[in-house]
Ligand binder design. Structure first.
Ligand code: SF4
Ligand code: SF4
Length: 440
């Protein structure tokens, strides 16, 4: 049963009362400014959809969608047979035990360096280590892998405060979406970039969790909001688009979960990439969001004691069943973001220039960088992507494979490779179309 935010027994973080925990340092993009009521796993988007609380259409979408695309049937919950989705099998594997022969850690800094190397070795694109804090934790239970595992009762029964005293560190191990594939947002190709990295995060997190257990320490998954952990661990800043924007990959990273641990570590500090100054001026994501889920406001909102840009996840989610015949995950707000560029020297130079620019002068630099971004990449990137026989210039929903002799049914029947690029596919003016039925 769902637990509502106003439940009287809900754990809270109150900075005026919890004197053991000063407000967390989450960097320039997010500030805890009041009492934070810990969110229960049951109240997060995926569980609400799966219980039918977001309406019949989303319920049916969440429970019964089978993709026309064989890659989506292999790497996502839009599968035909869960046995063919390896992460689903992995999630159901029994949990391993903690090694009773604990490895001694004399130097937490060295161990941090080591665990980062281990995380990268297992496949993480970034490894961030932050301090745990009661405001970052769920209200109890478990929410793993972006909501694929939800258990209201599972795990230790300690309060967030007690858990943070026992397990002082959080580790995040995001995996970056392939840049070229992510250009084909609003297409099966973009979906593949997104869903495959989710699979990879599950693999990486499970491996790092088990590695920590083999060192003789506790590693708890599903206890910490991964975005908050990423802020604390210096992975990035929260953008207007509601995504963590990282230094190397922009917002094309998949977080999915975090690990709470007592392994002795030296945490990283939050970072300042100038995202706040950029988002104040830019608004590219808000202008192109097809569901008007992203705010245009200059100022952030205070929501549940936290000051940040907050997107309307309900309207974002409601797009999915309407387009599921063609594609699934919108990704426009990530793809258009000027920070989401290939990891090249000129990108690094632009980020570093902004970072080193004194705050009062930053708006001028941002306007110039945004002008360059619009000029060279367009308001919406329109690079045609051909990959594994898919072609993002062809409207999803018609047979997309243009490889000579290929008989795979990547899509429904029909071969329309000659349709002009500007009229079809993910380049279609989706926002104008959706404005007709999505309430502002
Ligand atoms: S609808 Fe698309 S652009 Fe808008 S918030 Fe959702 S994913 Fe981002
Ligand atoms: S597109 Fe612009 S406003 Fe949106 S998150 Fe990126 S930098 Fe911020």
């Amino acid at each position: 049963m769902a637990v509502t935010s106003d439940a009287p027994d809900r754990p809270k973080y109150d900075p005026a009362v919890d004197l053991d925990f000063p407000p967390p340092n989450l960097g320039p993009s997010v500030h805890v400014v009041g009492t934070v009521v810990n969110v229960h796993p049951d109240e997060t988007p995926h569980p609400k959809v799966r219980r039918g609380e977001m309406g019949k259409v989303l319920f049916d979408y969440g429970r019964n969608t089978i993709s026309a695309d064989p890659i989506a049937r292999t790497n996502s919950n839009r599968c035909r047979d869960k046995g063919n989705v390896f992460t689903d099998v992995l999630r159901r594997a029994p949990q391993g035990q903690i090694n009773p022969n604990r490895t001694r850690v004399d130097d937490p800094k060295l161990m941090s360096k080591h665990i980062k190397n281990v995380g990268h070795y297992f496949g993480a694109s970034i490894v961030g280590i932050g301090r745990s804090h009661p405001a970052l934790l769920y209200a109890g239970g478990t929410l793993r892998d972006t909501g694929f595992i939800v258990d209201s009762e599972e795990g230790p029964k300690e309060t967030p405060q007690e858990l943070c005293k026992k397990y002082p560190y959080v580790i995040v191990t995001p995996v970056a979406w392939d840049y070229d594939l992510a250009q084909a947002h609003r297409h099966h190709i973009g979906d593949a970039a997104y869903d495959t990295t989710l699979m990879q995060t599950v693999l990486v997190l499970t491996a790092v969790e088990n590695y920590i257990k083999e060192l003789g320490y506790t590693a708890l998954r599903g206890k910490v909001n991964p975005q908050a952990a990423a802020l604390a661990g210096g992975v990035g800043e929260l953008g207007r688009n509601g995504l963590i924007i990282s230094e190397k990959f922009g917002s094309r990273i998949h977080l999915s979960d975090a690990i709470l641990t007592d392994l002795p570590l030296a945490p990283d500090e939050p970072i300042d990439l100038g995202v706040q100054d950029f988002c104040k001026v830019c608004r590219k994501c808000a202008e192109t969001c097809p569901t008007n889920s992203i705010t245009f406001d200059e100022n952030k909102q205070v929501f549940n004691g936290v000051e940040k840009y907050k997107i309307k996840w309900e309207t974002c989610y409601k797009l999915r069943p309407l387009v599921t015949q063609h594609w699934q995950i919108c990704l426009t707000c990530s793809t258009v973001c000027p920070y989401t560029k290939p990891n090249t020297w000129w990108r690094t130079l632009a980020v570093q220039t902004l970072h080193r620019t004194p705050k009062p002068v930053r708006p001028v630099v941002v306007r110039s960088l945004k002008w360059l971004d619009d000029r060279f990449w367009g308001k919406i990137p329109n690079k045609r992507v051909r990959w594994l026989g898919y072609d993002s210039g062809i409207k999803p929903g018609v047979k997309a494979c243009t490889v000579a002799g290929c008989t795979a049914q990547h899509d429904a029947a029909g071969h329309k490779a000659d349709i002009p690029l500007s009229d079809i596919g993910y380049y279609a003016p989706l926002k104008e179309n959706t404005n007709r039925f999505v309430k502002r």
